[in-house]
Design a protein around this ligand. Structure first.
Ligand code: NDP
Length: 286
């Protein structure tokens, strides 16, 4: 029977440390970290995510500045907003909530964000630094996943890690982070021939697919650590992950629940990255 990794408790702990450091910045330098939040359109899920992120900012002492734009906003207007946030000395991090409407090229917008303010770690410069092992901003969900593994003493070194999903925001970056920590990494996707066999060899499974209970409990290697990134709405209205939780927890040594696993850590890492951006802005000035 697995130990359930409590993402909410870990997030509270990290959030406390972030809050203390922000207090210190304010006392010593009079600096209040600022986050520019850009939300386009009226997708209810995006509005909920942004509300949760802003609430967390407030709790730790980050000043968030919200920019709500209509779904019909021209791309050039969104770009000029990003440019003005890039220039704003009181804004240290910029968050562009995805998805953007189809007439806007998301890549163009994300590339317009200054790499120094790219607290989501989506800019090609930061993605490149991650690949090269440099010190850029790393995407929040993968960072949270690594913290969750560390919290239960699961050292990836020498382990077989299987990441299911190859998105730029979760699958690929978490695979690189596991590789940097010396795991032997396999990345699976929709064309993988035998997902069951790949997962069956894994000491660490990261499921980032977006399909309810796609990873069957019986596939899990006994003693594995299972990190479930998926957030899916079941027909009952309940939130469920990508892993068949009830059966997987019988075989795994560690498993994250949905909700209450990866989600809270993602928000927490956003706060961490905003603090990092504020600290680095001070270093650039001195
Ligand atoms: P994407 O849709 O961008 O990527 C999904 C990946 O799953 C793709 O690489 C796809 O393969 C792969 N896939 C789809 N079907 C299969 C299959 N049958 N077998 C194997 N692989 C498959 O999703 P994201 O990475 O953005 O998100 C994944 C999930 O994580 C979603 O549920 C999302 O809501 C959740 N999420 C949760 C976060 C949190 O904080 N808790 C943060 C971010 C995401 P291919 O590339 O071949 O199409």
């Amino acid at each position: 029977m697995a130990t359930i990794i409590d993402g909410r408790a870990l997030a509270r702990e990290v959030q406390k440390q972030v809050k203390e450091e922000i207090e210190g910045l304010r006392r010593r330098w009079g600096l209040v970290p600022g986050l520019g939040v850009v939300l386009v359109g009226d997708d209810p899920a995006s509005h909920l995510y942004v509300r949760n992120k802003e609430k967390a900012c407030k709790e730790v002492g980050i000043r968030s500045q919200e920019h709500l734009l209509s779904a019909a906003v021209p791309e050039k207007d969104l770009l000029s907003l990003i440019h003005s946030l890039n220039r704003d000395k009181e804004i240290h991090g910029i968050l562009v909530q995805l998805p953007l409407p189809p007439h806007i090229q998301a890549e163009k917008i994300l590339q317009a964000v200054s790499p120094h303010k790219d607290i989501d770690g989506f800019h090609p410069v930061n993605q490149g630094l991650l690949l090269l092992g440099g010190e850029g901003f790393k995407p929040c969900t993968p960072m949270g996943i690594m913290r969750l593994l560390d919290s239960v003493g699961c050292d990836p070194k020498g382990k077989n890690a299987v990441v299911v999903g190859r998105s730029n925001i979760v699958g690929k970056p978490v695979a690189l982070m596991l590789l940097a920590r010396h795991a032997t990494v396999t990345i699976c996707h929709s064309r993988t021939v035998s997902l069951r066999d790949e997962v069956g060899r894994a000491d660490i499974v990261v499921a980032a697919i977006g399909k309810p209970a796609m990873i069957r409990g019986e596939w899990i290697k006994p003693g594995a650590a299972v990190i479930d990134v998926g957030v899916n709405r079941a027909p009952t209205g309940k939130l469920v992950g990508d892993v068949e939780f009830e059966t997987a927890k019988e075989r795994a040594a560690y498993i994250t629940p949905v909700p209450g696993g990866v989600g809270p850590m993602t928000i927490c890492m956003l706060l961490f990255n905003t603090l990092k951006a504020a600290k680095e802005s001070l270093q650039r000035e001195t």
